[in-house]
Design a binder for this molecule. Structure first.
Ligand code: PXL
Length: 289
């Protein structure tokens, strides 16, 4: 029997204030008509970007129990989508979830949340980087930002990258295992703005979508991006159209926020633009690289 609704297991933290993580994942996928089953990895008072003395509760032990219960219930997910993890040990749980509660058609998306702007996030350890290489190896789709791509590949991050170099990186990441690799925040050669660059190992195609430059950096936009990618792929969109939808939606959230005098650490005004996720696709700007 066809499932009544697509169902995704979302393996992310719940940050109370500051946007991003499960708050973004649930609202975006729900708006796209996809049911979210949350597997929380940690509970925090805020995200870790820009707040000192945040409260952090690691849920590593709870995760195994939650998965065991889901297994007893015979749940079968159309997608498993992981993001911020609370400890390196949680990677074993995500790998276990990949092997249970899934079928041959389940889409496995891993956003290897490790850091940004050349630095690891406050709770991340070198262990996490090593283990994350194993997790991305079992994914269908991965969505690192350029810092996370550098960490996964053990390469230094440079302010500028040639087209050949970035192509090299997406292929090297695909060599770890995933079919589709999407790198965000790739610096443009002219240093004006950034781009998203993707590679599909099965077709051998490289794609690029440019992002217009806005001088602001809001936490949580990586979670928003990866959530739209997950929703669009589950809705049946191609990789390039999914990239386009995710870039356009993230740009909208930033434009809805920029201009208000809100501290960047409070994140974007996601709720202001959520309904746009249901607008018909009207323009696209992807390019073949
Ligand atoms: O946006 C990624 C993310 C998710 N969850 C927490 C974070 C961050 C990035 O800083 O701190 C708790």
């Amino acid at each position: 029997m066809r499932p009544l609704m697509q169902r995704v297991a979302a393996v992310h933290d719940l940050s109370g204030f500051g946007g991003g993580s499960l708050t973004a994942v649930i609202s975006i996928l729900s708006a796209m008509g996809i049911q979210v089953c949350s597997l929380p990895t940690a509970v925090l008072s805020t995200h870790t970007g820009g707040f000192a003395d945040f409260h952090f509760r690691d849920l590593t032990d709870d995760m195994a129990q939650i998965i065991a219960h889901w297994q007893r219930l015979g749940l079968n997910f159309s997608g498993v989508y992981s993001g911020f993890l609370g400890s390196a040990q949680q990677i074993a749980s995500v790998l276990h979830l990949f092997d249970t509660c899934t079928s041959s058609t389940t889409l496995r998306v891993v956003d290897p949340v490790l850091g940004d702007d050349g630095q690891l996030y406050a709770t991340m350890t070198p262990d996490m980087v090593t283990e994350m290489r194993t997790l991305v190896g079992q994914a269908d789709v991965i969505t690192p930002n350029i810092t996370e791509a550098a960490l996964l590949l053990g390469q230094p991050l440079t302010p500028q990258m040639s087209q050949d170099q970035i192509k090299n990186w997406v292929v090297s990441l695909a060599d770890l295992g995933p079919r589709q690799v999407i790198i965000t925040s790739v610096p443009e050669e002219d240093m004006r703005g950034t781009a998203v660059v993707a590679f599909d190992r099965e077709t051998g195609q490289f794609w690029k979508v440019g992002c217009s430059y806005i001088p602001a950096h809001y936490p949580g936009t990586g979670d928003i991006f990866a959530s739209v990618i997950t929703g669009a792929l589950l809705q049946g969109d191609s990789l390039p159209l999914s990239l386009d939808r995710a870039v356009q939606f993230v740009s909208l959230t930033i434009r809805a926020t920029f201009g208000h005098n809100v501290p960047e650490r409070e994140g974007v005004l996601l709720e202001r633009v959520l309904p746009c996720l249901n607008a018909p696709v009207s323009l696209s700007s992807f390019e073949l690289l």
